[in-house]
Structures are given as C-alpha cells and as structure tokens.
Design a protein around this ligand. Sequence first.
Ligand SMILES: [Zn+2]
Length: 361
Amino acid sequence: MRRALPLLLLLIASRLVFSQPPQPRTANVVLLMTDGLRWQEVFSGADAALMERKSGSSAALQKQFWRATPEERRAALLPFFWSVVAGQGQVFGNRSLRSEARVTNGLNFSYPGYSEALCGVADPRIDSNDKRYNPNLNVLEFLHRRPGFEGRAAAFGAWELFPWILNAPRSGLLVNAGYEPLQLPESPGSLQLLNTLKAETEYWEGEAFDSFTFHTALEYLRLHKPRVLAILLGETDEWAHAGRYDLYLKSAHRFDHYARRLWDALQSLPEYRGSTTLVLATDHGRGSSRKSWRSHGRRIPESQYVWMAFLGPDTRPLGVLRDAPPVWQAQLAATIAALLGQDFRAAAPAAAPPIQSVLAR
Ligand SMILES: [Zn+2]
C-alpha cells in the first residue's frame, strides 16, 4: 500500500497537467461560405432529375459533372472538398449518414443565416434582408477587439448586405462587399484592375460575381495577412433562384476551386502554413423537389438543413461524420473563436457552444 502513494500523487499531478485546456495550434482562421449550396449536391453531386431540365442538359455539362455513383459525382463537382477536406478534416451534415447540420433561425434565408453563423444566436429581430444594422456582436468584431487580433479581421462579401450584417460602423471591421471597390493605401495594379472590372461587370443588383470578391480577398490576404478572414460568395444562390442548374453546379465547382486556391496560398505563406484552419459553410439549404430546389425559406422546411467542414492543424481527420450529434449554424461563431483559443461566449453569453470535435484535445 505504501508504494501506491507516490503513484497516486503522480496520477493526480498528471491529471492536473492534462486537464488544462490544450493550446491550439491554430493562429488564423479563414471562413469561406457559399450562399445556399445544398447538402444534397455536397454529399451526392449533381442531381439527375435537375440535370435533365432544359437549362442544364448540355452534353458538356453531363461530361463535366455526371458519373455513375454519388461518390464519383460529388468528387467531380467538389474535388478539393472530397480529397483534401474530407480526407484530412471533418465534414458535418450528411443526413443519409445521420449527421445533421441545421439552421435554427426558422427563416432559412440569408441575413438571418449569416447573422446566426457569425453572431452565434438566432435573433428573432433579424427577420428580413433589409439594410438594418445588426444589433448583435459578431465573432469577427469580438476577435478584432482581442489582443493580437486588432485590425487583423476582415470580411469580403459578394452581397452588398455584409456591412449591415457585420455592423461595420460599430465593429470597425474592414467589410468590402457588393460592387464597392477595395481602396488600400498601397493599391497594386492588380487590385485596381479588379475594382475596375467589378464596377463594369454588373448583372445582379447588389451582388457582384464571386470571382471579383474572391480575388479581391486573396489580394488582401497576401498584402495584409489578416488572422481572421471571412469570404462570403453568392453565385450558388443566385443561379439556383434563376433556375439555372448548370450555372449553379459550375459556381459550386468554382467555390471548391477557390477553397483549393486559398488553401494552397495559405500553405505557401510562412504566416499561415500549418497554423491556419479553413472553415467551409453555407447560410441555408434549399428545397428538395424538382420545383422547390430553386428556393428556400420559412415555407420550405428542408431548407433548414446545411453542411459545414473544418480543415486545420487542430481538427482530427475524422472525415465525414456519421451517427453524430446534430450541430447547428449558431455554433460556428464560438467554434471559430475556440479554434483560436478564444471564448466568444464570455462576450456573447447567449451564443451557441463551440463544436467540440473540431477543437484541439
Ligand atoms: Zn436565396
């Protein structure tokens, strides 16, 4: 019995050491979202019933995205997602495998969705896409006020609403959105060209093409090395509303290409290599029928189902979650903060808790 005492003390001491919260290796987070991309395409690729329709039936489209099995189709649609992200990270929301990711705001459209994701709460006051400043604290703003993150959080959105969603006047964040040019003191020629093309290539009112938003954000990343960067793309939603399944698929494919470009850029820069977590998500789902896939909202309950994915040095490579507890959109905010070792809920107590399985342990 006497010999057991030192062993017991050792066990208690080691328990104390190991019960400290582990220090994350993540020093930077990049969030890349694409608007209204369904979990159905993410997990099963192109939908045969929708490919047949008049707008999306070209042989070239079939060749690009049609394959015999759902696994092959999703890999053709989102090759980076299905090789690197699913191989080395964690993916939530495959309902066929009993992993559910849900919007909890009950409205299933964009302002409430981005607000839920970035502020961590489903606030019933956020019930329209009107240009109203968000009263809620968002996670970028929270981080921007933390030591070591001041002036190092920024957001780039294709949709012009983001300065309102992120309350840019209050938060002091750099929020570049819609057709607004990005003005930097040093403004290299490439950025000036992006500003010019964006201003001269208008199709949707209030929403720029994703390419301008993405490349502007990438230029900013290279020039200013933000520690927290949100890139919020919109074409998947726009083309779906227009009933253009062909262009919806192509914009989803481009979103995947952008994720790869971003990941490669991050791994090529010493400030980010091995210390950056990439978070991929959407703001809402869509309908599941041949008619309702175009739309989403309160009247289309299945548009509450979303997906999300995490890739980085602290996230264990569990791949696609199956038989997993449900996660919800509101958890994104605290998860982004927790990846960086920060407690968002200390400042926003009503926010949903972080998703534990993606964090360092
Ligand atoms: Zn929409």
